[in-house]
Design a protein around this ligand. Structure first.
Ligand code: URP
Ligand code: ZN
Ligand code: ZN
Ligand code: ZN
Length: 460
């Protein structure tokens, strides 16, 4: 199967030019002016932007958490991702205490198989670090799971000790893996939560008020020191607070291999969302929480200066009706997480073109190229080049999108950006050369997505 895309405006992290693209067998075969190959399908992309497909390195599909399961599975989640221009996701498999990480890997492969319609990889969450899990880390790296997430938060569930984090960092350094950290001081947060509840403070906003930015900064600082002692790289997920960014910036200025992502919710929403009427604040209950308005400008600065290299979503949807409601009388029982896999590219594209916050090249870099490089997928993914997978998102800069739970494709009954209009419309999405989105219609078959065996971590 050959596809020829004519007259496109191709943008990567480093290029910006007009050319034709020839795709053969899922891979980009040729890029040039006035290509005249025989093709089964020809698309005229005059006036449209051709970008590398989005890579979202932080999703939670079909994830058991907070007494329930995230509402998107690998079928609905990857479909929503594709509608939003994302052609690769990396989801989190979970090693549960007392069970092996190998078993978790098999379980998560089973969740995705026959369902995913775009390509996917896995990180492995380790909820304990033992001789067995340390051994499993090597087994997993050999199978393309080259990153591991550990938590300094959620005591009793995921939180591990500094000694465990240190050992995992050492081991990761030895085997070419990357440790991803959820950095919030879970012990302090637990005390603050109990104190709030004892005072009868049960509403959603207390989720944020009991997780101060200093709790994130402290854990970020601590983990940076652990990584320095282990002489290993470290990656912070869902960084939200300016004080945590300061820690990352300082470490990077010293030359330490420290990397971090932020998420659209921390750029486009803020603490005031928790004060929406009734129980609506529950829509935004996630960890770390939305911060007050002074944090976001610092995150934009971090993205501009490459102290933040990635924007992922932390897509972890729970329906208001049956799931968020579990915390109606106690904010600490609201399942943590929010939807966003479909909205990421559009929100950020809008921020680049309409609000001139960054160049198109940088937009591609933080949403596709850097994630591919940091997580061992480049150059197969994350760019438009001869030999790369033909994963493409084709934007109409003149179009716009209106976001609503009534029309989005995520399986969740609200959208945090309800009513927002973003400039730029996603017209076509290609995954390995197959047109899976065509002007709002979906052609991606469940099960066509492939498991990605990722390479060892190499400092980009
Ligand atoms: O609230 C969140 N972030 N839920 C998903 C789990 C995690 O910590 O990433
Ligand atoms: Zn088991
Ligand atoms: Zn987390
Ligand atoms: Zn997460």
């Amino acid at each position: 199967m050959k596809t020829l895309i004519k007259n496109g405006h191709i943008v990567t992290a480093v290029d910006d030019y007009h050319a034709d693209l020839l795709i053969d067998d899922g891979v980009i075969m040729q890029i040039g002016k006035n290509l005249s190959a025989q093709a089964d399908d020809v698309l005229d992309a005059q006036g449209l932007l051709i970008l590398p497909g989005g890579i979202d390195v932080h999703t939670h599909f079909d994830m058991p958490f907070g007494g329930t399961t995230s509402s998107d599975d690998f079928e609905t989640g990857t479909r929503a991702a594709a509608f939003g221009g994302t052609t690769t996701i990396i989801d989190f498999a979970i090693q549960q205490r007392g069970h092996s990480a190998q078993e978790a890997f098999e379980t998560w492969l089973g969740k995705a198989e026959g369902k995913a319609s775009i390509d996917y990889g896995f990180h492995m969450i380790l909820s304990e670090v033992t001789p067995a899990t340390l051994a499993d880390m090597g087994w997993l790296v050999d199978r393309g799971v080259t990153s591991f997430k550990l938590f300094t938060a959620y005591p009793g569930v995921f939180m591990v000790s500094d000694g465990e984090i240190f050992q995992a960092l050492q081991r990761a350094g030895e085997i070419g893996a990357l440790i991803a950290m959820h950095a919030e001081n879970g012990s302090v947060i637990d005390v603050l939560v109990q104190q709030a509840l004892a005072k009868g403070h049960t509403e959603p906003k207390y989720h944020a008020l009991t997780r101060p930015p200093q709790a994130e900064a402290e854990a970020t600082h601590r983990v940076i020191a652990l990584a320095e002692m282990a002489n290993s790289p470290v990656y912070f997920v869902h960084l939200s607070a300016l004080q945590a960014l300061d820690e990352v910036t300082m470490a990077r200025d010293k030359g330490q291999a420290v990397f971090a992502e932020t998420c659209p919710q921390y750029l486009f929403l803020d603490y005031t969302n928790y004060e929406e009427e009734g129980f609506n604040g529950a829509k935004y209950v996630m960890s770390p929480p939305l911060r007050t308005h002074e944090h976001a400008p610092h995150l934009w600065r971090g993205l501009a200066g490459n102290d933040l290299q990635v924007v992922s979503t932390d897509h972890c949807p729970f329906c208001m009706k049956e799931q968020k409601i579990l915390g109606r009388d106690d904010f600490s029982k609201i399942p943590n997480g929010a939807p966003g896999v479909e909205t990421r590219l559009s929100l950020l594209y809008d921020a680049t073109v309409r609000q001139s916050r960054m160049s198109l090249n940088r937009f591609v870099e933080i949403t596709s190229t850097s994630p591919a490089k940091i997580f061992g997928l480049f150059p197969r993914k994350g760019t438009i080049a001869v030999g790369s997978d033909a994963d493409l998102v084709i934007f109409d800069p003149e179009g716009s999108m209106l976001w609503s739970a009534k029309t989005h494709h995520m399986r969740v009954d609200y959208n945090p950006y309800e009513g927002r209009v973003t400039q730029g419309a996603i017209r076509y999405v290609y995954s390995r050369g197959e047109k899976i989105v065509d002007n709002g219609q979906y052609f991606g078959k469940p099960g066509r997505g492939q498991f990605l065996v990722r390479n060892h971590f190499v400092k980009p």
